[in-house]
Design a protein around this ligand. Structure first.
Ligand SMILES: Nc1ncnc2c1ncn2[C@@H]1O[C@H](COP(=O)(O)OP(=O)(O)OP(=O)(O)O)[C@@H](O)[C@H]1O
Ligand SMILES: [Mg+2]
Length: 452
C-alpha cells in the first residue's frame, strides 16, 4: 500500500518506529518490574524471618518459639496472600509452624511448590544463646505470589501508560509540526490558484523554508518563461496581422482600380497586379504557417531518417525554372547521400527558404551553388551565391522574425531565415552566415549526421 499523504507518511515514519521502540522497552520494563517485586518480597521475607527468630528463646532450659503476629501481618497487603513459616532446630526438629516447608539455607530465596501453591521462600538462621546443639535455629518464611504478581502488574502498567503517552505526544507534535511546516506550501497553492492572478507575476511566500524556497523560485522562473513566451507570441501575432494588413489594403485598392477601369487593357493590367499581390499574400500566409509548424511543441516531433542530398535535389528541381528565368546558374555539388535525423517536411522547407533567398537576392546572371558534405560526423549543407551578401552587423538580425534588410526588394516577409533557424535548431544543428569567395552570401547549416 502506498501512502500519498505527506502527513500520514511522516506520521508513519515517526510513530511506527517509536511504537516499535516502546514495545521493546515494554519488554525490558517487565523484567525491571519483576526484579523490583522480587527484591521487595525478599526484603519482607527477611524482615519477617528475623522478627520470628528474635522471639526464639530459652525458657526454663527449653527452647521455645512464639511467632509474633506482626511478622505475618506485614504480608497482609490486600492480595489474600497466604504465609507459611517453620522454625527448626539445628537438628531439624520443628519447633513451630508448617511441617515439610522447603528451606533455602545458605541461599537468598527461591520459589517452590508447597500444598499446591507456588511460594517464594527464604530461610534465616539465627544462633540462640544457651540452646546447645539446638542452635542455630533456622526460620523459613514462605508467601504466595499474589501480592508479588500484583506489584509486577502495577509497576509494568505504569511503564506501559508512560510509553503510550510518549508515542501519542510524539504523534501530536509531528502533526502540529507538519501543520506549521506545510503552511507555506498551502499558501503557495492558494496564491497560485487565486483567481486574481492573471498576469503570471511572481508569487511571494513569506516565511517559506529553505526546502520550499527553491520550489517557489522554480515556479516563478517557470512563470517568467511562460510570460516571455506569451509576450513573444503576442508580438508575433501583432506583427503578422500588420504584415497581412498592408498587402490586403493593396489588394483592395487594386480591385477597386480594376473595377473603375473601362479600357480592357488597363483593366487587365490591374488584374495582373492584383494576381501578383494575392500570390505574395498567399506566400506570406504560407511562411507564417511553416514557421508556426516549425516551432517546438506545435506538432509531434518527427525523427525520420532523411537524405539531405535527396531533399536538396528535389528542391533544386522545383526551383530550376525560376533560375532559368533569371538566367542564374543553379548547381548542386554532392558526393552521395548525407543522412540526418529530423522532420523531412521541415528540413525540405529549410532548404527551400535558403535556395529561395539565394535566387531572389542574386542579380540575374549570377551563380547559386548548393553543396552537401558529410564531415566529422556532421552533415554540412552550404548555399553559396554571388549576390550582395549580408553586412556583418546585420547577420544576427536577419534571423529575427519579420526582419528584412533596408532596401530589400518589396517581395518577402522576413520569415525565411527565422524558419531556417527554427528548423535547424530543432534538429540539433546550427546555422551560420559567411562571405562567399566571390562576394555574396554563404549560408552554412551543420546537422548531426545520422549514424549507421
Ligand atoms: N542570399 C541572400 N543575399 C542577400 N541578402 C539576403 C540573402 N538572404 C536573405 N537576405 C536578407 O535577409 C533578409 C531576411 O531574409 P528572410 O529569408 O528571412 O526574409 P525574406 O526573404 O525577406 O522573406 P521570406 O523569405 O519570408 O519571403 C532578407 O530580407 C534579405 O534582405
Ligand atoms: Mg527569404
Amino acid at each position: 500500500m502506498r501512502i500519498n499523504s505527506l502527513r500520514l507518511q511522516l506520521l508513519a515514519w515517526v510513530v511506527l518506529p517509536l511504537a516499535g521502540l516502546a514495545t521493546v522497552n515494554l519488554w525490558t520494563s517487565h523484567g525491571n518490574a519483576l526484579a523490583t517485586a522480587d527484591l521487595i518480597t525478599d526484603r519482607m521475607l527477611v524482615g519477617s524471618a528475623r522478627m520470628i527468630a528474635e522471639q526464639v528463646a530459652m525458657t526454663d532450659g527449653v527452647i521455645n518459639a512464639t511467632v509474633p503476629p506482626a511478622a505475618l501481618e506485614m504480608f497482609d497487603t490486600g492480595d489474600r496472600d497466604r504465609v507459611y513459616y517453620g522454625v527448626e532446630t539445628a537438628g531439624g526438629r520443628l519447633l513451630t509452624g508448617y511441617p515439610g516447608l522447603p528451606g533455602t539455607p545458605g541461599r537468598p530465596s527461591m520459589e517452590a511448590t508447597y500444598r499446591d501453591q507456588t511460594l517464594r521462600l527464604l530461610t534465616f538462621t539465627h544462633a540462640v544463646v544457651g540452646a546447645g546443639k539446638d542452635s542455630p535455629i533456622s526460620v523459613t518464611v514462605g508467601v504466595t505470589l499474589f501480592g508479588h504478581d500484583a506489584m509486577v502488574r502495577h509497576l509494568w502498567f505504569s511503564a506501559f501508560t508512560q510509553q503510550l503517552a510518549l508515542v501519542a505526544i510524539a504523534g501530536v507534535f509531528v502533526l502540529l509540526g507538519l501543520r506549521r511546516g506545510l503552511a507555506p506550501l498551502i499558501r503557495l497553492r492558494d496564491a497560485v490558484r487565486s483567481p486574481e492572478r492573471s498576469e503570471l507575476d511572481p508569487v511571494e511566500i513569506a516565511g517559506a523554508q529553505s526546502e520550499i524556497r527553491p520550489l517557489v523560485d522554480a515556479l516563478n522562473a517557470y512563470m517568467e518563461r511562460v510570460r516571455a513566451q506569451m509576450a513573444a507570441q503576442r508580438r508575433f501575432i501583432a506583427n503578422a496581422a500588420h504584415q497581412l494588413r498592408t498587402p490586403l489594403a493593396l489588394l483592395s485598392t487594386q480591385a477597386s482600380y480594376a473595377l473603375r477601369e473601362t479600357a480592357v487593357d488597363a483593366r487587365r493590367e490591374a488584374l495582373v497586379a492584383l494576381q501578383a499581390s494575392s500570390a505574395r499574400l498567399a506566400r506570406l500566409a504560407e511562411q507564417l504557417l511553416t514557421l508556426s509548424r516549425a516551432e517546438p511543441g506545435s506538432r509531434r516531433p518527427r525523427a525520420d531518417r532523411i537524405d539531405l542530398t535527396q531533399a536538396a535535389r528535389q528542391v533544386l528541381e522545383t526551383h530550376a525554372p525560376r533560375a532559368v528565368g533569371r538566367n542564374i546558374d543553379l548547381g548542386l555539388d554532392e558526393t552521395g547521400a548525407v543522412p540526418v535525423i529530423g522532420d523531412g517536411t521541415m528540413l525540405r522547407e529549410m532548404i527551400v527558404n535558403l535556395v529561395d533567398n539565394a535566387l531572389r537576392y542574386t542579380p540575374a546572371g549570377g551563380t547559386v551553388t548548393v553543396r552537401l558534405a558529410a564531415t566529422d560526423g556532421e552533415a554540412v549543407l552550404t548555399v553559396t551565391d554571388d549576390g550582395p551578401g549580408i553586412p556583418v552587423d546585420e547577420r544576427d538580425h536577419v534571423f529575427e522574425r519579420f526582419y528584412r534588410l533596408a532596401g530589400a526588394t518589396d517581395e518577402g516577409s522576413g520569415l525565411g531565415l527565422a524558419i531556417v533557424r527554427e528548423v535547424v535548431e530543432n534538429a540539433g544543428g546550427r546555422v551560420t552566415l559567411g562571405d562567399g569567395a566571390a562576394g555574396g552570401l554563404v549560408v552554412e547549416v551543420r546537422l548531426p549526421l545520422a549514424g549507421g
